[in-house]
Design a protein around this ligand. Structure first.
Ligand SMILES: NC(=O)c1ccc[n+]([C@@H]2O[C@H](COP(=O)([O-])OP(=O)(O)OC[C@H]3O[C@@H](n4cnc5c(N)ncnc54)[C@H](OP(=O)(O)O)[C@@H]3O)[C@@H](O)[C@H]2O)c1
Length: 265
């Protein structure tokens, strides 16, 4: 067992990790994607989620009340490293998703890796009940991807395409929905291999049970909210618990920024 916090304060013991502001470059180094993903799809799927102490993934339908300035900084930094941000349609609707921004701080790093200036947003939806007139579809720097199932309504598919979205039919899951196990490979085919999912909980649960989640960046907020909000993964039970190994823990203002990598069987 190791004590990560608090660190020793005796004058004779130098602080192992002083409390200081981390630069974006330093954070980006710490969270760099692996050069060679282990998955057969060739993509690496990382999730970034925030949870209250009592396990809630949102407060009154929004995740912002659980977040902090540093959490938002890490959220933005993780976007800055990704080729595509994969997100469930309900999160897009509830959180009013907009296109990802190009940020100067990541321009050089992205150019060196051959990435466009901003990640694409990839929305998973069966119903395609999305506002295709919204900036997410009409104004992105990189076309927004819509990932849907075999039974998507043709008129909604056409509306998505007319708005400028790239529509991908990823497998055929239950009731003609998306087979989420096929999502990393489908995005890899579009050239997106550094994947970041921002949930929501129903989508994340499926990535977990499909065995395609490579990494979880979990921020634990020093807050309790009670109520009956979903946990960060909300869906059918995994046949066996998926095993993860601790990769790093950062702390700021009582928030724990943990990072766990999947242990491959
Ligand atoms: N704590 C956090 O870090 C965090 C992160 C993200 C979101 N949230 C919160 O979570 C809530 C929303 O999450 P949620 O779990 O309800 O929803 P979600 O996972 O964001 O989205 C669910 C929707 O995604 C689509 N979808 C999911 N699986 C699919 C499949 N296999 N095939 C086709 N479409 C599929 C469906 O869209 P259609 O209905 O269009 O078919 C479904 O209704 C919000 O309150 C948000 O604030 C929290």
């Amino acid at each position: 067992m190791r004590r990560l916090f608090p660190l020793p304060t005796e004058p004779s013991v130098p602080p192992a990790a002083p409390d200081r502001e981390w630069g974006l470059d330093e954070l980006a180094e710490a969270y760099a994607y692996p050069e060679r993903p282990q998955s057969v799809s060739g993509a690496y799927l990382r999730a970034n989620m925030v949870s209250s102490l009592d396990g809630a993934a949102h407060h009154d339908g929004r995740s912002k009340p659980l977040s902090s300035e540093t959490d938002m900084r890490i959220f933005g930094m993780l976007r800055g490293l990704a080729d595509a941000v994969v997100v469930g349609a309900e999160t897009v609707r509830q959180e009013g998703y907009r296109p990802a921004r190009a940020r100067e701080a990541f321009a050089e790093r992205r150019a060196a890796l051959g990435q466009p200036p901003a990640p694409a947003i990839a929305v998973v939806s069966a119903s395609l009940e999305l506002d295709f007139a919204a900036p997410l579809f009409t104004e992105p720097l990189v076309p927004t991807v819509v990932i849907t199932g075999a039974q998507a309504a043709e008129d909604r598919v056409e509306a998505a395409k007319a708005a400028g979205a790239r529509v991908v039919r990823a497998g055929s899951g239950p009731s003609g929905r998306v087979d989420v196990a096929a999502v990393p490979a489908a995005l890899a085919e579009l050239g997106h291999t550094r994947l970041l999912t921002e949930g929501g909980p129903r989508l994340l649960a499926q990535f977990v049970t499909a065995g395609v989640l490579d990494e979880l960046c979990l921020a634990v907020a020093p807050l309790m909210v009670a109520g009956d909000a979903a946990r960060i993964a909300n869906g059918p039970l995994a046949a066996e618990p998926e095993q993860f190994a601790l990769a790093s823990v950062l702390e700021d203002a009582g928030f724990l920024f943990t990072r766990y990598r999947r242990i491959y069987p």
